[in-house]
Design a protein around this ligand. Structure first.
Ligand code: COI
Length: 354
């Protein structure tokens, strides 16, 4: 067991925080002063430490660079009015990190080490958790192969690191999405359920083609028939159809989103009918045409609740009902914000105080 008192803490000589405008922050552009690192060597996690956020050395032969032997997570910390700093459902990120680790032949991360790293880094950089409306501190834990070996095999040495960045909205306005019916993000038996770099890099080209046509993101469909809706790559996808909350069931090909789970939990708690199942593209398009689809949105840590304004399919663009009319997604966004900011009861025990 590794305890915080054994952690080496090397602080920056001078914080760069005074140069940051917390009212004007772009997602992922600015990082806090420090980072957490622990090495996996000789079959053991060793040498946990906090260092200044800085460039690092990695072997040019590292399989992280060549074969994508890397996994990551995303969670957020919030500042309450009384100054408390809380993280939203960090236990779920550890659970998912270890699911990804197993799929990528990486060692599992012990709970005490993960929380020691998170708590100590956040304690060190607590002034970086912005208190401005609509902002938070995005936390990026990640593990990558640190082998100096270019052959293909399960890696032996790894680093687990955590970096953080103050963020505003990932999508500044409602998003226009395009249903993809040629490219594929994931297939049955693949790694689509993991947060590994391997799922994100290849998705950028098809998303760029959609962006060139004026869309913000894709909605991926299944790899066999392009018949069923899957997820969006940056977020899970949800619809309100006939008053029911409908979302694709997770499995091999869809990330088991923590915001997704939080939304479904709240919806069920409010007595709303929830359907987690296969969702056909044709059903969604028919529901739009018939006026039965009243809401469509993405759910993700970075994206939070991202309203979808337009859905394109086979060269047809469908404009969805105005965002102001969307009762459920507006309510769930507010409810989640209120819980995260300590303005509503944390009935499900989702907040973790540092
Ligand atoms: C997250 O929501 O935390 C993600 O990892 C998505 C990524 C597109 C920023």
């Amino acid at each position: 067991m590794i305890a915080t008192q054994n952690m080496e803490i090397n602080k920056v000589a001078e914080s760069k925080i005074s140069s940051i405008d917390f009212h004007n922050i772009q997602f992922g552009k600015v990082y806090s002063d420090h980072m957490f690192t622990v090495d996996f060597m000789g079959g053991e996690w060793k040498n946990p430490r906090i260092d200044p956020y800085e460039m690092m050395k990695i072997s040019p032969a590292s399989p992280a660079l060549h074969y994508g032997i890397s996994i990551f997570e995303g969670l957020k910390a919030y500042k309450h009015e009384n100054g408390d700093i809380v993280m939203f459902r960090p236990d779920k990120n550890l659970e998912r990190l270890n699911i990804s680790a197993e799929r990528m032949c990486m060692p599992l991360l012990p709970e005490d080490l993960y929380f020691d790293g998170l708590n100590t880094l956040l304690e060190t950089d607590k002034s970086w958790v912005p208190g401005v409306d609509g902002t938070s501190l995005y936390i990026r834990p990640f593990v990558f192969s640190n082998d100096d070996y270019i052959g293909i095999r399960p890696s032996q040495d790894f680093k687990f690191m955590i970096i953080t960045c103050p963020v505003g909205a990932y999508y500044a306005k409602p998003v226009k999405v395009k249903i993809e019916n040629h490219f594929v993000r994931a297939v049955e038996g693949g790694s689509g359920f993991c947060k590994t770099g391997c799922n994100y890099g290849p998705a950028i080209y098809p998303a760029k083609l959609a962006q060139d046509q004026g869309y913000d993101q894709l909605i991926w469909t299944d790899g066999k028939e392009h018949k069923y809706i899957e997820e969006s790559g940056t977020m899970n996808i949800m619809f309100v159809i006939d008053g029911k909350l409908v979302t694709p069931a997770t499995g091999d090909t869809i990330l088991n989103g923590i915001t997704r789970d939080s939304v479904l939990t709240l919806a069920r708690d409010w007595g709303m009918e929830v359907e987690e199942r296969k969702v056909e593209v044709a059903e969604v398009i028919d529901a739009i045409r018939d006026g039965k689809l009243t809401e469509a949105f993405g759910a993700g840590t970075a994206a939070t609740i991202a309203q979808i304004s337009n859905i394109a399919y086979n060269d047809e663009d469908f404009e969805l009902p105005a965002v102001e009319t969307r009762e459920f997604s507006n309510k769930v966004l507010k409810a989640l914000d209120d819980i995260k900011l300590g303005k509503a009861e944390d009935k499900f025990g989702w907040l973790h105080r540092i």
